[in-house]
Ligand binder design. Sequence first.
Ligand code: FRU
Length: 534
Amino acid sequence: SASSQPYRTSYHFQPPKNWMNDPNGPMIYKGLYHLFYQYNPKGAVWGNIVWGHSTSKDLVNWTPHKVAIYPSQPSDINGTWSGSATILPDGKPAILYTGINPLNQQVQNLAIPKNPSDPYLIEWVKSPNNPLMAPTPENQINASSFRDPTTAWRGVDGRWKVIVGSKINRKGLAYLYRSKDFVYWIKAKHPLHSAKNTGMWECVDFFPVSANSPVGVEMSVLGSDFKYVLKASLDDTKHDCYTIGEYDHVKDRYTPDEGSVEGDPGLRYDYGKFYASKTFFDSAKNRRLLWGWLNESSSVSDDIKKGWAGIQAIPRVVWLDKSGKQLVQWPIQEIEKLRVNPVHLPSQYLKGGSVVEVPGVTASQADVEITFKVSDFSKAEVLDPSWTNPQLLCSRKGGSVRGSLGPFGLLVLASKGMQEYTSVFFRIFKGQNKHVVLMCSDQSRSSLNPDNDKTMYGAFVDVDPVHEQLSLRSLIDHSVVESFGGHGKNCISARVYPMLAINEAAHLYAFNNGSEAVTITRLSAWSMKKAHIN
Ligand code: FRU
């Protein structure tokens, strides 16, 4: 029940119990969305990994199915790890996934539906040719760092291509394999791409984005006005980092654009907790959707006590920003079906040092959008040129540290007496020749429980506050706050575990802890209904 399980989410995907990590093989098939996920059927910690499986008509409500892929043959007897689905030209899906063999080597396997006319795709059969890709003395692949095949694509030469993440010493890379029949795969001489000193690349993802529209692009489409995104989940820092670049279809090489920084700190999907993510092309709505795993920030013993760990972020639509230099993400529109009892506050002046409650919403389960306008920049704090690390800047200047232009934003999952709150906010600085906007998510006061990881998160937002208003949206769901700054230019997800600000005792406020006033030009909040999830 909600009182004995105050941290279970109401509209974020999770299994009824136990451990979950990476999203696997997301796809739409016969009008149904499928989500598989790394799952431990035996407990709330990582281990015994199989593929859990659920389907949905709307990406909001989910029906559970039996475990789809589990250890059953030598090529995966020690684990069925992450992988991806590809819709083949005949419309049928195929799954490539990592298996752990009896020697504890990582190898790549194929599974196909037993009965493709079943839209639920309940039964999967494994190829008798497994493993299809394996480390050998000849190919010199590191057998403990060779995993997580992507969705495959078809090249100009008619062959299938797929990439698999790996490392050679400290160099992270994406091995490229080619196949004529999806079963017999040959490793290409060169990886699709590699980058020095980035460590193991887990869960690589590679996809096109349209240079001039937010519409999604299917992987095998060939066109000239596309950019490509290569994402790697960096095992060293547990961050999902990406670059934007060009893909040479003939040489099968990816090159990041000049200025697109490799590794960490580079661009991230999310500057909070968000890992092992994966996109897929939603052919029903012509968009590219992103799924990502939000791990716990609680202690292992608390996870065992509550009996579960891991949720999935609300799926996000991803497209290329007008600048061409970064992605933009926004929660799927379907989630707005859960919005009830809207509360719209009138435009108002928010004096320095003030707090305004947003009344009438279930603040532990809410969706809130707020927009700020700043008119007077004369008092903006000067950005010290050494402040190049936004996360560090956020930890030095948390929500309770007064500034001039900010911090202003939201206090979410707040207790009545403010013993607990999570603050999500902006600060504006005067930079060299422009104003710099910092967005932070401050968990330091989120819970009286000392055992949680309360790391502060932060990022600079590429908006010009002189000409644009500053918007912030937060999806609040008991133990998660997913925040979107600058209309999706920046995302920060945080896991928090209040002890007082739970269920009906949670409150929501707008605040301004700067000395200068700002104007709230829009504040809309909704209570969120509970979705049917598994
Ligand atoms: C990422 C990851 C993958 C691996 C899976 C195992 O979180 O480590 O690289 O396939 O999880 O569960």
